[in-house]
Write a protein that binds this ligand. Structure first.
Ligand SMILES: [Ca+2]
Ligand SMILES: [Ca+2]
Length: 235
């Protein structure tokens, strides 16, 4: 069991992002196509709290902000970060995708080849509860809030010319998992042993009270289209 000790950073209530290893493999699929083998990996990120994770922007293609609650002043604080949202056309229209969510990949143990895929986030959805003890969750969030310096931010997944703001949210005590069908497949040689790995917030755009535990890995054996998990590891 991982012991969670809150590290005070002023009066800001910080989140903690994790990458549960089971979320790398529990929905992963092997696909055989045109003589090649592909692995479709899931990738899941969890926020074990106590702070909510919010990243937001006022304008696509410009700097985004990490938004944190200050428990002394009881106000939301926007901090500039090294990440942004970019506008991408989808079948639902233009969506602003956060470039800094995660990466995942595969290491072929036999050949040493490593394939890395960066994952943009289009809509974090609080889709699972992490199996990790977490500190008490602060009060729920409004759908929009005001910061002193940067104005009002709206949280939600819609974006486009009629929705000039966008924020992505992962509540404390919640996790978001991307289905493999939304992820870029990775070509592998076929049967063999592989390490799959994931890393949440690789650019460190989100301040957390623990920056060292954002990754995990799993060793898997592939036979045909069957995946057997040999072991998993998380810090
Ligand atoms: Ca973390
Ligand atoms: Ca971080």
């Amino acid at each position: 069991m991982i012991s969670l000790v809150l590290q005070a950073v002023g009066s800001l209530v910080l989140p903690n992002l994790r990458c549960p290893p089971e979320k790398l493999v529990d929905v992963s699929v092997i696909e055989k196509k045109a003589g090649e083998t592909y692995i479709h990996l899931g990738i899941g990120g969890a926020n074990t709290g106590p702070g909510h994770m919010i990243v937001a922007t006022n304008t696509p293609d410009k700097q985004a902000f990490s938004i944190l609650y200050d428990k002394d002043t009881e106000k939301w604080v926007a901090r500039p970060t090294n990440t942004k949202f970019i506008p991408i056309g989808t079948k639902y229209g233009i969506r602003w995708k956060w470039t800094g969510w995660s990466f995942f990949g595969v290491w072929d143990i036999d050949t040493g080849e490593i394939t890395l895929v960066r994952k943009k986030s289009s809509c974090l959805g609080n889709t699972f509860t992490p199996k990790i003890t977490f500190p008490p969750i602060p009060k729920n969030l409004p759908t929009s809030f005001k910061t002193d310096k940067y104005g009002v931010f709206h949280l939600g997944c819609l974006s486009g010319k009629n929705v000039p703001y966008l924020g992505q949210l992962l509540k404390a005590g919640a996790g978001d998992q991307y289905s493999p069908s939304w992820n870029c497949p990775i070509r592998i040689k076929g049967d063999g042993t592989y390490l799959v790995f994931g890393f949440i917030d690789p650019d460190n755009a989100i301040p957390e009270w623990n920056e060292e535990d954002n990754w995990s890995m799993a060793a898997i054996e592939v036979r045909g289209t069957t995946i057997t998990v040999l072991w998993t590891f998380e810090p």
